[in-house]
Write a protein that binds this ligand. Structure first.
Ligand code: ADP
Ligand code: ADP
Ligand code: ZN
Length: 214
């Protein structure tokens, strides 16, 4: 099963993608996580990506598309995968289609986690991330057991720099300008599914499982 998670920053893509990946035993591929891992490890890609991420801008397609195309060619993706945070632009979606078409494949589902901008601002302000293992929490909706310590690995959880209110507004604008057009792109391919992302996490998950119908 090959799935794309669409939705604004903070809509809950990552939260849902991790659970779907576990349920269907497919890899969870998050471009944001890949960039953050590169930043942490001080790679050239990380240095370049950071400049854009700190501004709330998108990392250029040239740095993003090949990375994902290479990743989905790996062995563990042969029974499917779930893309979280990619594609984010029409050229990225087209690059993905070209790569899959070459293999005689295509995406099965694009799931739009629909959340209005007002809720997004609350979610991002309360999001806490573990920069060690990538786990995500929310101070109100999904708190850690011990304050500011990751449940998985015990590292400190932090407010991401790009989750500060000024940057969130920029990211929302970028989302509406560059990413939202993908909703029509996948509607036209007849693979778009929409879920109400304002519901509690568990309900969003059961809705997604129901619409995947597998
Ligand atoms: P969120 O989960 O809040 O939407 P991500 O972790 O997916 O955030 O992304 C964080 C940042 O990483 C983005 O604001 C952007 O700068 C960069 N990024 C992630 N995925 C992409 C992509 N597919 N194209 C361009 N930039 C990306
Ligand atoms: P995205 O990957 O789309 O940027 P996340 O999965 O990181 O979004 O979720 C953003 C924040 O909102 C996190 O703090 C997460 O714990 C919280 N969250 C996710 N889904 C829900 C939900 N259905 N209700 C309330 N909070 C949620
Ligand atoms: Zn952790």
């Amino acid at each position: 099963m090959k799935i794309i998670m669409l939705g604004a920053p903070g809509a809950g893509k990552g939260t849902q993608a991790k659970q779907i990946a576990a349920k269907y035993s497919i890899p969870h591929i998050s471009t944001g996580d890949i960039f953050r891992a590169n930043i942490k490890n001080g790679t050239e890609l990380g240095k370049k990506a950071k400049e854009y991420m700190d501004q709330g801008a998108l990392v250029p397609d040239e740095l993003t598309c090949d990375l994902v195309v290479d990743r989905i060619a790996q062995d563990d993706c042969k029974n499917g995968f779930i893309l979280d945070g990619f594609p984010r632009t029409i050229p990225q979606a087209e690059a993905l289609d070209v790569a899959l078409t070459k293999r005689g494949e295509s995406m099965d589902y694009a799931i739009d986690v629909d959340v209005p901008d007002q809720n997004i601002v609350d979610r991002m302000g309360g999001r806490r991330a573990c920069l060690n293992c990538g786990a995500t929490y929310h101070v109100v909706f999904n708190p850690t057991k011990v304050e500011e310590k990751c449940d998985n690995c015990g590292s400190d959880t932090v407010l991401r720099d790009d989750d500060k209110p000024e940057t969130v507004q920029k990211r929302l604008k970028v989302y509406h300008d560059q990413t939202q057009p993908l909703i029509d792109y996948y509607k036209n391919k007849n693979i778009l599914k929409t879920v109400d992302g304002t519901q509690p996490m568990d309900k969003v998950f059961t809705d997604i499982v129901a619409l995947l119908g597998e």
